[in-house]
Write a protein that binds this ligand. Structure first.
Ligand code: BGC
Length: 536
């Protein structure tokens, strides 16, 4: 993936370089959480111009594409995943002209651009929801249960905690799988289909290279909206079939979107954010006539053990191979605890990253993981903005599917060693940054060969230089207990998931390691919680 890339929209066909064949199959895609990446106007909130100014950093890091989280007009009840106008940029983040300029500038840097699309729900400030007649047809309203309809229509719980229903002044109830400010759309209504097709076209015409489809498993609900009849539903999400997630009916929507994407020349992609219960169910989203990729949350949630990792890698590869799609790998995003904290140490996080970058398929990185940022676990309650946190407090419900601690992975990035917000912007930062942030900044790590930033840069450069590494085959090799070893085109990857040193025969010349690794001739000692790449 070293060639210059393009996004050949009808509007822009003349502007960019030629598309690569199936570019997404081995792409490294960097998630920009716009609100926390870079703030160009000093209001404490990241914006599109801030992203544009930092494109050279992303280019130099060595990624192929960026995924921008929602920047559309929104009351920000859920960090922009509550969209009031899908064709407008929220003034917090800039203007449509800024979005246009960002897409052009990214393409000029050879970076593709994926934007987020939120089709399961809108904001309650969306014009459709504000018009009672339109709302009735385009959202999911139902009468309540009980003598005077005072009980919710069924027992579904919101992913953010509490009932998934809110009663209106008129006495009926509407469904919201997330916050009450995020009413679920009625995908039985053809006008909803038509509107989203038009929204996709709007952004494709502006030149985007694809969409990350939010809650891609949620748009279709089981007929009759049946009760679940089991206790806390949060623990079931992603593990079991539920009447509001992963219903077979969603696939018709994804098929129609694939047709739409193909009409733009074949290089525009759809990526499913789908919490499916098994790799096999997830693979259905990436059948040849559906979406191009789906996030692999089974990998993200795997334990740090050789057996668990090998099992999830094999299951993921087998499931996607059965439909001819590339596998994807991800360790962090804006909804989960950063992997430097989740896995228990930075050493494990660095090792997990090298493992991920050696696997066949496409990789998603989340901003700040290249700095080894930990989760910020001590944010004051009054600073928190995650609706899951606020709702849990308001409804006094137990841990929900999204446990209300998502602010800790969204703290704005440190770019410089000091300054008002460590170079994030000239003003403050919408979430307080820890004092240690300066030492973890881009400036502090650049040029330090032992830093996590330089490890990412080196790994991404090597990945590019080894043809076939992204999408080629993989063979497991014999390895001691607790160690994984596999061969890929051009390298062998060894991962020691135990806490102690393991001696092994060096599979080749050492290329890169996540920890200092004394290699002496034919033998080597792989330190605990480390990963090494060897040339073969
Ligand atoms: C997004 C979350 C968001 C939710 C509701 C998720 O999949 O990643 O950040 O809260 O969808 O839109």
């Amino acid at each position: 993936m070293t060639q210059q890339l393009t996004s050949p929209s009808p509007a822009r066909r003349a502007a960019g370089p030629a598309p690569g064949p199936g570019w997404w199959r081995d792409a490294v895609i960097y998630q920009v959480y716009v609100r926390s990446f870079a703030d160009s106007d000093g209001d404490g909130i990241g914006d599109l111009r801030g992203v544009r100014e930092r494109l050279p950093y992303l280019k130099e890091l060595g990624v192929d594409a960026v995924w921008l989280t929602p920047f559309y007009a929104s009351p920000q009840a859920d960090g922009g995943y509550d969209v009031a106008d899908y064709r407008a940029v929220d003034p917090l983040f800039g203007s449509l002209a800024d979005a246009d300029a960002l897409i052009r500038a990214a393409h000029a840097h050879g970076l593709r651009v994926i934007v987020d699309i939120v089709p399961n729900h809108t904001s309650d400030r969306h014009p459709w929801f504000r018009d009672p007649e339109l709302a009735r047809e385009r959202y999911l309203f139902r009468p309540g249960r009980g003598a005077d309809g005072a009980l919710p229509p069924n027992d579904w719980e919101s992913v953010f905690g509490g009932p998934a229903w809110t009663r209106t002044d008129r006495g009926d109830w509407y469904l919201h799988l997330f916050a009450p400010e995020q009413p679920d759309l009625n995908w039985d209504n053809p006008e909803v289909h038509a509107e989203f097709a038009a929204i996709l076209r709007f952004w494709l015409d502006l030149g985007v290279d694809g969409f990350r489809i939010d809650v891609a498993h949620g748009m279709v609900k089981a007929p009759g909206l049946p009760d679940i009849g089991r206790g806390s539903q949060a623990t079931l999400i992603g593990n079991q079939s539920l009447p509001f997630f992963d219903q077979d009916g969603v696939h018709a929507i994804h098929r129609s979107w694939r047709t739409l994407l193909e009409s733009y020349g074949g290089a525009r992609i759809g990526v499913a954010e789908a919490w499916a219960p098994t790799p096999e169910r997830l693979a259905l989203y990436v059948r040849p006539d559906e979406l191009h990729q789906a996030f692999n949350f089974q990998f993200l949630t795997a334990d740090w053990s050789a057996a668990a990792l090998r099992e999830v890698i094999d299951a993921s590869l087998a499931a996607t191979a059965s439909v001819g799609a590339p596998t994807t790998w991800v360790l962090s995003n804006h909804d989960v605890v950063r992997h430097a904290t989740r896995l228990g140490s930075l050493a494990r996080a660095r090792a997990a990253t090298l493992l991920m970058l050696a696997l066949p398929g496409s990789v998603y990185l989340y901003q700040g993981e290249e700095l080894g940022l930990p989760e910020v676990t001590d944010l004051p309650d009054e600073a928190r903005q995650d609706p899951a946190f606020l709702r849990r407090r308001a409804t006094d419900t137990g841990p929900s599917g999204q446990d209300g601690l998502r602010d800790g992975c969204r703290v704005p990035l440190p770019w410089t060693v000091d300054g008002p917000s460590y170079g994030f912007g000239d003003g403050g930062s919408w979430l307080p940054q820890p004092a240690a942030w300066g030492g973890l900044s881009v400036a502090a790590q650049t040029g330090d060969v032992d830093s996590t930033l330089e490890l990412y840069r080196a790994a991404l450069a090597l990945r590019r230089s080894l043809p076939g590494l992204g999408d080629g085959g993989m063979t497991w090799r014999e390895a001691p207990d607790g160690v994984l070893a596999f061969a890929r085109p051009g390298l062998v990857c060894t991962v020691n998931t135990t806490g102690g040193d393991v001696a092994l025969e060096a599979p080749g010349k050492l290329l890169l390691a996540s920890a200092p690794l004394p290699a002496r001739g034919a033998s080597a000692v792989l330190p605990g919680d480390s990963c090494a790449w060897w040339a073969i």
